[in-house]
Design a protein around this ligand. Structure first.
Ligand code: F6R
Length: 613
């Protein structure tokens, strides 16, 4: 939520800032803005625009200020409507400083009143402008660094900032509390961004800021200090080896469709990384000490949001069946307020693509505080949840830019499958023979995924028939009940049509009343333990004139006869089927969104990384 960037060095700052914002636009796109030092006059040059970055870029055309320092922002609105006035950067009343912010300042109203009493006039509805003015207030009698410190010590909430002053043009001040911020270390230049994607084309040497640390960033140096004590903090750089081409569209019209087609590759990588030479499951990030703790675990909680929650639901079934452990999947925003009863025998698995989701982060901290062991299943290396959890396993999906999660989801499912087998191995709940068979099945998944995606043209044809509909129902059972939820989520978030996911067995307890000749029902019916039951549910829908798109297993003639349309997956182990059955649903949602001319990669009201609770 909100992307922030900064640059200091010897190159022209504006193109670097705009480029960075382009890469971060998935974090929010309600407005965008930049502030630079006007090279000749040492005054601030601020340009902001409501709407997407493209509008800001139009405004900036033809400007070359020879500025070597600047900050930028792309906004997902929290306080105040999306407008030019509410866009960042915000300045203090004197116009000497500019600030970009990601997060929420909880006590901003009290501080605003205090500043208003001192005669400060505000031009926006944002909490950010309060922070800018508070720093400005202390800046009257202190250096920028000290004024910043004094101001931030008075702020409550969770935020990341970058501050620029016209009077101290050789530095930027950065800070984070709970919201992400990282520094890219160059030669004679330094970069700042909410995540690493904008930094990777300039440098691979990254410093992650920790909570309540601020940094003074100049061209040749970065000094990190604790906000409270001012003590200098030493922090090594981390090398990030993500392939930058993965953050480009590579000839596809949208990131989402590119990422859908990357899934076979992502699965291959996930599989290779999880098997050692002897063919056993292993995780490079789990130490023998960690294994000992994992062996003692008695209960598992899988905690996550949105799509990652659906992965958690599948993980729940997997872990119960193969590791023989009681498992429970919960959404993060509920988990932490349930006052969960946890102790050292409990393992809390946090599943998150970004590693920054505020609710999941809060849930993790709650679990740790209660003495449970925390293990994060994360895509973004070095993200907050990855760093703060007791243990981490990475999903290795590469950067996911489309706001609707696709490849990160299947990578989460594959990682959870391996984690299940790993726990089963540790606890001795799986025989060697069975493990070998399961691994052999896992190895088939990349080719199987490739085969499923080949149905794209047929799925497009189907989407062309149905794209005008405003109401879709998805049903499934067992491992594919979460797939039904995920299919519905994908569709609603990028097409804005209403879509509902339901447990097929629950249809007769209410939702079957919806069925008539106009209702389209997408039925998850691959071969499984619940296949026959699923077929009965489909019959019941047919008997009431409902239209059926089935997702089944290749060669299933019975299902073919029952359904109006069918898309197939190759035969696979039931536990792994959600990795394949979700693929046609992703394509279906994508095609419907394209026919409706929706903004597929940046759907309205959403942001990729949800860093507010
Ligand atoms: C939906 C989607 C979201 C995320 C959710 C959690 O397509 O992407 O529902 O899954 O916001 O995000 P992470 O995984 O970053 O914690």
């Amino acid at each position: 939520m909100c992307g922030i960037v900064g640059y200091i060095g010897s190159r022209s700052a504006i193109p670097i800032l705009v480029n960075g914002l382009e890469r971060l636009e998935y974090r929010g796109y309600d407005s965008a803005g930049i502030a630079c030092l006007n090279g000749q006059r040492e005054s601030l040059f601020v340009v902001k625009e409501q709407g997407k970055l493209a509008r800001l870029k139009e405004q900036l055309q033809g400007f070359d200020l020879h500025s070597r320092i600047g900050i930028g922002h792309t906004r997902w609105a929290t306080h105040g409507v999306p407008s030019r006035d509410n866009a960042h950067p915000h300045q203090d009343a004197s116009g000497r400083i500019a600030l970009v912010h990601n997060g929420i300042i909880e006590n901003y109203a009290v501080l605003k009143k205090e500043l208003q009493r001192k005669g400060v006039k505000f031009h926006s509805e944002t909490d950010t402008e309060v922070a800018a003015n508070l720093i400005g207030h202390y800046y009257k009698n202190h250096s920028l660094e000290e004024a910043f410190r004094k101001a931030v010590l008075r702020l409550e909430g969770f935020f990341a900032f970058v501050v620029l002053s016209a009077e101290e043009p050789e530095k930027l001040i950065v800070f984070r509390r709970s919201n992400p911020l990282c520094l890219g270390i160059g030669e004679g230049e330094n970069f700042i961004a909410s995540d690493v994607t904008p930094l990777l084309e300039y440098t691979r040497r990254i410093i992650y800021l920790e909570d309540d640390e601020y940094g003074v960033v100049s061209r040749d140096k970065v000094v990190l200090r604790s906000l409270k004590t001012r003590k200098t903090v030493k922090r090594a750089t981390v090398h990030i080896d993500w392939d930058i081409s993965q953050a480009e569209k590579g000839g596809y019209p949208h990131f989402m469709i590119k990422e859908i087609h990357e899934q076979p590759q992502v699965l291959s990588a996930a599989i290779q990384k999880r098997l050692n030479r002897r063919g056993n499951v292993y995780f490079d990030t789990l130490s023998p000490g960690m294994d000992k703790k994992l062996k003692r675990i008695k209960n598992i909680y899988l905690v996550s949001c949105g799509t990652a929650y659906h992965a958690g639901m599948v993980g729940n079934y997997m872990m119960g069946k193969y590791a023989r452990l009681p498992a429970e999947a919960t959404v993060s925003s509920e988990f932490r307020y349930e006052d969960p009863i946890l102790n050292k025998d409990d393992l809390v698995i946090l599943i998150t693509q970004s590693g920054e989701t505020a609710d999941t982060l809060a849930a993790m901290r709650e679990a740790k505080q209660k003495g449970a062991m925390t293990l994060a299943v994360v895509n973004v290396v070095g993200s907050t949840i990855a760093r703060e959890s007791d243990a981490v396993v990475y999903t290795h999906a590469g950067p996911e830019i489309g706001v609707a999660s696709t490849k990160a989801y299947t990578a989460q499912l594959a990682t959870l499958a391996f984690l299940t087998l790993y726990l089963a191995q540790l606890k001795g709940t799986i025989t060697k023979k069975e493990l070998k068979r399961m691994i052999a099945e896992l190895r088939k998944l990349p080719a199987a995924a490739r085969k499923v995606l080949k149905q794209e043209a047929a799925i497009e044809k189907s989407a062309r028939q149905h794209y005008h509909r405003r109401n879709f129902l998805y049903i499934g059972r067992g491992y594919n009940f979460p797939t039904a939820l995920e299919g519905a989520l994908k569709l609603k978030e990028i097409t804005y049509a209403h879509a509902h996911g339901y447990a097929a067995g629950e249809m007769k307890h209410g939702p079957i009343a919806l069925i008539d000749h106009e209702q389209l029902v997408i039925c998850m019916a691959p071969r499984s333990r619940t296949y026959e039951k699923m077929l009965s549910n489909i019959e019941e829908i047919r008997a009431r004139d409902g239209m059926i798109i089935a997702i089944g297993t290749e060669g299933d003639k019975r299902l073919e006869k029952l359904a109006d349309e069918i898309f197939c997956i190759p035969k696979t182990e039931e536990v792994f089927s959600p990795i394949l059955t979700v693929l046609p649903l992703q394509l279906f949602a994508y095609k419907i969104a394209v026919f409706n001319k929706r903004d597929v990669d940046q759907p309205r009201n959403l942001a990729k990384s949800v860093t507010v609770e």
